[in-house]
Write a protein that binds this ligand. Structure first.
Ligand code: ATP
Ligand code: MG
Length: 613
């Protein structure tokens, strides 16, 4: 392949919005161009690497018996209505209506579309387990697309869906997928950290994310210094730094020597920080009470305080009933923060956020800053575990400028639900081994879920088991973002001059740089190109009429693993020679021009074998 015949528009300048290396380099190397915010086109060089990544993923999926399909990207809104996610997806989902007035969706993910496909042809347990995958475009109307293809609006995902007769079979495929993902990332030369993850809006019983460490990562990870515990902060738990009482009665007994609760005047003291100063005590002695508004709550609240007459709705015929709106009081020790992902998981809520000031006033009868559990009625109280060990605490007194002191859990208040909802932070103790945890920022490249019956039940998927009985299959879903993976590879493999591709993803294996493309140099370069191609290597020849310095800069920028410089001087030696350099290394090696192709092929094979092992 001759450079003059390709469309590889390299650039010296960097677009102003390209703040991370991969974004800058993908642009400058002519791999991608931006059409609009969050919409990127791959140019030939970028597409070559993307295709290689697709192929790696394909091989690993095929190896675990997943089968590739090609569903449509545009799908009927109807299937999203069946699952109940038509509303839950909100504005992230791009919708359209065709000329007949039919609702359409540009797929943000494809649980519904693939499940609808499978439903039509699944009849017998003999067809299970079934794993299907696609490598296809997705669209999510991200509020803030950024970092180039790391977070685009349109992006490419490998998404797989599996269907099973029982949990055991789902577990096996889930484990196989996890192993396949580890292999994919290893073959890409990426160091990934698999972490326990929250199942989020997808629902389900188990989930793992594959993260790369990154300063610009959107995720906080908690990792153990001594064992292999690793979790997304949304899911992370820790060993309590207190001894939780085994029951409400035990808590009440434990606080038998706590003085009687009394009101204290706390004029113009609103925050916990102010209170600490005012009462000369530490935040650990306060009970923070936060009022949350949750939307689409699946948890059964029929026995919860103040909820008996709440509106309930079924978003789709087979889907579980939801409360469109519900309020909760959430208690946590004053030095800790509520983990909203854990809280949402506890409540099975679609979304939640702190309630508006007016709602807080209406529900607590006091201005914001004075909520507390003593005497609080009319809404369910969710108690973080930490609060159950508080036998003598300070908390808001449901009146302006007033707090209670000597408040004890079990004696002065209880909750409707006790749960671990704290945010784990750097220095907290590992839930497995008790060693301190530390934090890292991470970027999510892949995510695997056990979904259970979340989609198959409302969408009425069924098959006949070996006894002829109708059953619903259980399901898993598994995604990898290809663009984000490619960008992450560049983040991990580059230097100040450009990309340093791992051989598995490099757009070409070898770049031949003739210092001047004429005479003996040209003949040698062309011969070498042919020889390399015959050995199955992918070759780019920089046949441009440019100074060698310009060619070297571009070769470094686009990051092709092996560079061969063909120059007059080395050709006139008794044995004509060319100069080989591995991108990323400083030393040049002179090899005989006649043996160069074999030598390069051997170098490439060795590197491929190491990565694909
Ligand atoms: P994020 O939390 O980063 O928004 P997500 O958890 O919503 O991602 P999933 O639904 O788990 O994403 O999708 C599977 C994979 O698709 C992600 O692990 C990621 O690699 C990729 N992905 C998701 N959103 C984007 C995006 N906007 N741009 C590029 N890749 C994306
Ligand atoms: Mg995810």
């Amino acid at each position: 392949m001759k450079l003059t015949q390709t469309f590889i528009p390299t650039l010296r300048e960097v677009p102003a919005d390209a703040v991370i290396a991969s974004h800058r380099l993908m642009f400058r190397a002519g791999m991608i161009r931006k059409l609009a915010n969050g919409l990127f086109a791959y140019l030939p060089l970028g597409l070559r690497s993307l295709r290689k990544l697709e192929q790696i993923i394909r091989e690993e999926m095929d190896a675990i018996n997943a089968q590739e399909i090609k569903p449509t990207v545009v799908v009927p809104g109807e299937v999203w209505k069946e699952s109940g996610r038509w509303e839950a997806m909100g504005d992230a989902m791009l919708r359209a209506r065709n000329r007949l007035g039919v609702d359409l969706v540009v797929s943000p993910t494809a649980e519904e579309a693939v499940t609808a496909l499978v439903r039509d042809d699944l009849s017998s347990y003999r067809q299970l387990p079934l794993s299907l995958y696609q490598i296809n475009s997705k669209y999510r109307d991200e509020i803030r697309p950024r970092y180039g293809v790391m977070r685009g609006r349109e992006f490419i995902m490998k998404d797989a869906y599996s269907y099973h007769a029982d949990e055991e079979s789902l577990d096996k495929t889930y484990r196989d997928m996890g192993r396949a993902y580890r292999r994919v990332f290893r073959r890409c030369g990426l160091t990934v950290i698999p972490v326990q993850a929250d199942s989020g809006a997808m629902g389900g019983s188990g989930s793992e994310e594959f993260m790369v460490e990154s300063e610009i990562g959107d995720n906080t990870l908690l990792l153990c210094k001594s064992c292999d515990y690793a979790a997304n902060v949304e899911k992370a738990s820790c060993k309590p730094d207190f001894r939780p009482p085994p029951s409400v009665e035990a808590a009440r007994e434990a606080s038998s020597s706590t003085p009687a609760t009394e009101i204290i005047d706390t004029p113009s003291v609103k925050t916990i920080g102010d209170l600490c100063v005012f009462l000369k005590t530490s935040a650990k002695n306060f009970i923070k009470t936060l009022i949350y508004r949750a939307v689409n709550v699946e948890l059964d609240l029929s026995a919860a305080p103040g909820c008996a007459s709440l509106e309930r709705r079924r978003p789709a015929p087979g889907a579980p009933e939801l409360y469109p709106e519900a309020f909760f009081a959430v208690l946590i020790r004053g030095d800790l923060d509520v983990n909203e992902a854990k809280l949402a998981a506890t409540l099975k809520a679609g979304e939640l956020a702190l309630a508006a000031d007016t709602d807080v006033e209406r529900l607590t009868g006091a201005p914001v800053g004075f909520a507390g559990p003593v005497g609080l009625t009319g809404l369910p109280i969710i108690v973080d575990q930490t609060v159950t060990a508080m036998g003598d605490a300070v908390t808001g007194a449901l009146a302006k400028d007033q707090h209670y002191r000597h408040v004890a859990y079990g004696r002065d208040f209880t909750g409707w639900l006790v749960q671990d909802i704290r945010t784990v932070k750097d220095g907290d103790l590992c839930p497995h081994c008790g060693t301190s945890l530390y934090e890292k920022k991470g970027n999510e490249l892949g995510h695997i879920f056990k979904l259970g019956y979340k989609y198959t039940r409302p969408m009425n998927v069924s098959y006949l088991d070996e006894h002829g009985k109708t059953q619903t299959p259980t399901m898993g879903s598994y995604g990898i973002g290809l663009d984000r993976t490619l960008a992450s590879v560049i983040e991990e493999h580059h230097d100040e001059n450009g990309i340093i591709w791992p051989v598995t993803l490099a757009p070409c294996h070898v770049i031949i740089v003739p210092v001047k493309y004429n005479g003996a140099v040209k003949t040698t370069a062309d011969t070498l190109e042919k020889e390399l191609e015959q050995l199955g290597l992918e070759v780019l020849v920089d046949d441009r009429d440019e100074r060698p310095g310009v060619k070297f800069k571009d070769a470094d920028l686009i990051g092709i693993p092996f560079r061969v410089v063909v120059g007059d001087k080395n050709l006139t030696a008794s044995t004509p020679q060319v100069e080989i350099r591995r991108r990323g290394k400083v030393e040049n090696r002179l090899v005989s021009a006649a043996a160069a192709a074999q030598e390069l092929a051997a170098m490439l094979r060795a590197e491929l074998a190491a990565l694909n092992a």
